[in-house]
Design a protein around this ligand. Sequence first.
Ligand code: GTP
Length: 516
Amino acid sequence: MATMESLIVTVNRIQRACTVLGDHGGDTNLPTLWEALPSVVVVGGQSSGKSSVLESIVGRDFLPRGSGIVTRRPLVLQLHKTERGLQEYGEFLHLPKKKFTDFSMVRKEIQDETDRMTGKSKQISPVPIHLSIYSPNVVNLTLIDLPGLTKVAVEGQPESIVQDIEIMVRSYVEKPNCIILAITPANQDIATSDAMKLSREVDPTGERTFGVLTKLDLMDKGTNAIDVLEGRAYPLQHPWVGIVNRSQADIKKNVDMIASRRKEREFFASSPDYGHLASKMGSEYLAKVLSKHLESVIRARLPGITSLINKSIEELEAELSHLGRSVAVDAGAQLYTILELCRAFDRIFKEHLDGGRPGGDRIYGVFDHQLPAALRKLPFDRHLSLQNIRKVVSEADGYQPHLIAPEQGYRRLIDGALNYFRGPAEASVDAVHFLLKELVRRSIAETQELKRFPTLQAEIAAAASEALERFREESKKTTLRMVDMESSYLTVDFFRKLPQEVEKEIPFLRLWFIAK
Ligand SMILES: Nc1nc2c(ncn2[C@@H]2O[C@H](COP(=O)(O)OP(=O)(O)OP(=O)(O)O)[C@@H](O)[C@H]2O)c(=O)[nH]1
């Protein structure tokens, strides 16, 4: 038994952790633990006696009262049984460490906390209020009180309130882990009960529904609810429980809850109609049945809850390691981290260049395809046309006949042809520059370690871009210098070999001889 009681306490703690972490179930992409936890949800129409049942189970007056919709946020009520003789107190999750021993202050805090979230607009909010009650007079149990189902909006409420409440209540009772405490007043036709209508929709087999009949003392003389309580009129998997709460007159007279429980016991014990069911009626019995059932449901769901928690831990740990370790505060350690991150980027950039990742091969493409294609397009035809050769040679060597070859003309023609190489050479530097820039961009995006440091990413991109710009200028100068060097390195040997190359490579020389 002790183990089972601690089970409810453990689930209570998980429920509180869920609220603190903002997990109230509902539409979310994140895994929700809240929805996996079994809970008892109190459902009923307005004035059906929900608050009275809850107060009866707790044995204390602590819920707000008034006209219209008083419960406008879910109230998660966690009951903790304490040692006999210890003082009762309430504690709110949003006010930790503050013990409320005066239960009228608990009521006020529920009202104030409701208003804090919804304003005084009478709107409803799905964010629950958590109240724990520590008392020797309760059983370990968690109950969730929801706004009463209603058919019309009262003054000051939006028209949508009727639907909003139904949607909120439905979102709780639809969960397969929800135990439904469906409250119906006995002095109303059960066929019109909002609670039974909704619970039948979401739990057609009745295995999650506990039917509670209130106001048995208010039934017309000569009538009784035996057919319902014995499970004939409206069969459910769990037996119906009849309740007699404090009447409005009792509340006015300040009849305390302990006296009211006694009165309830006497009502059943002395009733000619319900006497034979007395041991299975009343709010104390209901609390015990619910606690026992909640324990057994938790026990059955425990493996599922454990595996959900383990799965969530695994997912979160994977995400944490993906996000990376926390960054140290001192400057030295930060510098070390930054250098490590830069090294990670550098490694990926090198892989792009040297292999392992694609992209670097396109640099070879510049020299293997782009440059030769550009060279082929150079206007050598025009430059080495018969007409131009004749013009250049005449201008360079004059009208004197040459003994061997017009050397100055040759020189100018070759020099001029080599000059054409400057354009494609510069364009090749630009092409490699753009490829390297693209590889920097890709490497930054692919460095997982940098993912959570957008500012560092921008800094690395800026530094790389600045360096590449500098390299571009230097490379252009070097490349052009190499073209110049080739142009000025026309040696005697070069000219000596030229005539032998005539047939093979330099058709313009043949043309020159013909021209002569
Ligand atoms: N005589 C008698 N009166 C009851 C019983 N249960 C509830 N009442 C009275 O019915 C009225 C409504 O009860 P509540 O407990 O406030 O009902 P509720 O469902 O919480 O109502 P809302 O919060 O307005 O939705 C109160 O005046 C109660 O005193 C009962 O079993 N017998």
